[in-house]
Design a protein around this ligand. Structure first.
Ligand code: HEC
Length: 283
């Protein structure tokens, strides 16, 4: 009798674990198929050649100036650059007068107050101002962008996995959605963006969209590269100095190591048995 009971209980356990296995397997299968569209199409950015790659890489100010033009003419309508001031542009070889003109002609005014009655108003930008936000607040920004918030671009290169490679790939990666990808209304297919659909309309879509004055051909790829380099600079403006200091420190450490080695030889010179003398003694 006891045996039969044990058998029935064992059978019960077997049935329960069988059920949960079938259940779990079903969930696994169904979630796999749900995810697989993104797994199927999501692309990872290739490593690109940048003037600033590697320990000896430095910014190319000519390129940063072109990138600034791209930002001014295409991105600044939606994105702010709140941690960068107009006068910072002097660091990429704009003259003081040029910076003053850029700030003065900036299409978006900066918030201010009326000095007479303190009422809020706006005024032209000054070199000491940071790049203003094109929208008065996040609600207005969302309202104009299909409920998506265009992020501030000052630090975006540091804030995304893949850094500059990713930003470049995102800008040139737009395309037609494959038949099995459903792109929501007001969204745009981009295989580099998580979820495959981004609210930002393709910002760079035709060669020559931005006028370059240094003779470089303004292809879509070139503009994407230049604006990415510019955003790398806004995210890490002191990179050149950091690398220069790093190299100087390494040279110093190598020199100090050599010096320490000879000092050690000198200090221990008469404490260690001299090999030559030993040989002579043996002879
Ligand atoms: C018409 C408005 C508009 C313009 C112009 C625009 N963007 Fe955007 N951008 C957006 C919006 C909206 C988002 C948020 C997208 C989302 O979350 O789906 C965004 C997101 C981004 C992101 C973040 C992507 C991520 O991984 O989260 C980057 C980087 C970016 N934009 C760069 C640029 C650059 C560079 C330019 C200029 C070449 C530019 N954008 C021009 C509206 C714009």
């Amino acid at each position: 009798m006891i045996r039969l009971l044990a058998f029935v209980v064992g059978l019960g356990f077997l049935a329960a674990s069988g059920c949960s296995f079938v259940n779990g397997f079903g969930t696994w299968i169904s979630t796999e198929t749900e995810k697989s569209i993104e797994y199927k199409y999501l692309k990872h950015a290739h490593a690109e050649e940048w003037s600033f790659s590697g320990p000896f890489g430095r910014y190319d100010n000519q390129q940063l100036q072109r990138g600034f033009r791209v930002f001014r003419d295409t991105c600044s309508g939606c994105h702010s650059l709140k941690y960068v001031a107009f006068r910072n542009l002097e660091e990429i070889d704009y003259t003081e007068a040029e910076v003053r003109a850029i700030a003065d002609q900036w299409p978006i005014q900066v918030p201010s107050i009326n000095p007479q009655d303190g009422a809020p108003n706006t005024r032209k930008a000054l070199p000491s101002d940071n790049f203003p936000n094109p929208f008065p607040n996040a609600v207005a920004a969302r309202a104009a962008n299909n409920n998506a918030l265009p992020p501030d671009l000052s630090l975006i290169v540091k804030a995304r996995e893949g850094g500059a490679d990713y930003i470049h790939a995102l800008l040139v990666g737009y395309g037609d959605a494959p038949a099995d990808v459903e792109v929501g209304q007001g969204l745009h297919y981009n295989p580099y963006f998580h979820g495959l659909a981004i609210a930002m309309p393709r910002p760079l879509n035709s060669d020559g969209q931005v006028t370059y004055t240094d003779g470089t051909e303004a292809t879509v790829d070139q503009m994407a590269r230049d604006v990415t380099a510019f955003l790398m600079w806004t995210a890490e403006p002191k990179m050149d100095t950091r690398k220069n200091v790093g190299i100087a420190v390494l040279i110093f450490l190598i020199f100090a190591t050599i010096l320490a080695y000879f000092a050690y030889r000198n200090v221990w010179a008469d404490k260690k048995p001299k090999k030559k003398k030993k040989d002579e003694a043996a002879a």
